[in-house]
Ligand binder design. Sequence first.
Ligand code: UD1
Length: 357
Amino acid sequence: MKIVSVVGARPQFVKAATVTRVLAQTPDAREVLVHTGQHYDANMSQVFFDDLNIPYPDYNLEVGSGRHGEQTAAMLRGIEQVLVNEQPDWLLIYGDTNSTLAAALAACKLHIPVAHVEAGLRSFNRKMPEEINRIASDRISRLCFAPTQTAYDQLQKEGLGQTAVLTGDVMYDSVLFYVEKLEHEPDSYRLPDTPERYYLATVHRPQNTDSREALFSIFEAFAQLPHPVVLPLHPRTKKYIEQYGITPRNVHIIEPIGYLWMLRLLLDCQKALTDSGGLQKEAYLVGKPCVTLRTETEWIETLHDGWNEVVSCDKEKIVSAALAPAPSAPRRNAFGDGRAAHAIVEAIYLTKSLAEG
Ligand code: UD1
């Protein structure tokens, strides 16, 4: 069976790594990996391929940055050509980026069945480009792999029950695999000059970066915290900090870093402060409290018992959530059994064999 997988942005490299590993061990499977080039800086892209042992992509479309329509259109054109050349049995897509949507559209017009990893997630905020990408990709997909029961139920509510499969979360597979690796290598992937006690933050969502008021408020909150804030700085945020003339205080800025470096920083931090979906979940999975710098979250399981608090960009709320004591209740396991990638590959094979009768 030939599968074309499309990735393009950081969170997709992490998700694809787990499935790629399982496909590589499946005798009859041949995976063709396409990188759209949405993320192209070495520390936003290559470092993930190196750290996670992802094979070199068979195609790199080198699409780069641009307005949403421009970027998605360039991907659509490039992916369509790859699919015409390769004639795969399935297209595999991940998450909710413009690369996800472009691939789904290209494949469905060529009648190639689409399998969507991390389906059924909803923020119910249609101003987020990711929300539109999720809804459209789920509609198009023949198989929607739900990471959680909530996502599975959402697919049912939207009339997509026939396509929904509850697999667990590939990011949980990944956390289990790599936390064990880090435990065996206690001195690896440690950044020099990291403060002893710190908060770990990431900020990159347009609702936070593209408004001077919002970004200013977040940095004002960081300035008031009792420990420094380690901030791997996304290029979009860097651009706006400079443009707005913000001078970060109590913030230890570093370049964007690879997955294992980030996981180590997370394991050693006091709390995570973030507007990323992935980091909210990773914090929960490794048992670090999280403060979410957004007005809603798709990952509602992380909210149980106070492990994640959604506070927006409001300065007072960020400070008060960051200072709150860590929750004492144990976390619940809502993200599967660590074998989501296996379940995904099995479901694709089963669907193919059922279709062939
Ligand atoms: C994208 C995804 C988002 C995901 C995030 C992870 C969409 C709509 N958004 O957002 O869901 O959480 O990736 O990081 O697909 N840039 C560089 N170098 C790079 C990549 C980007 O300098 O390697 C700069 C460009 O100036 C660009 C900006 O960052 O304008 C934003 O990049 P883009 O890929 O458009 O979206 P992200 O904000 O990264």
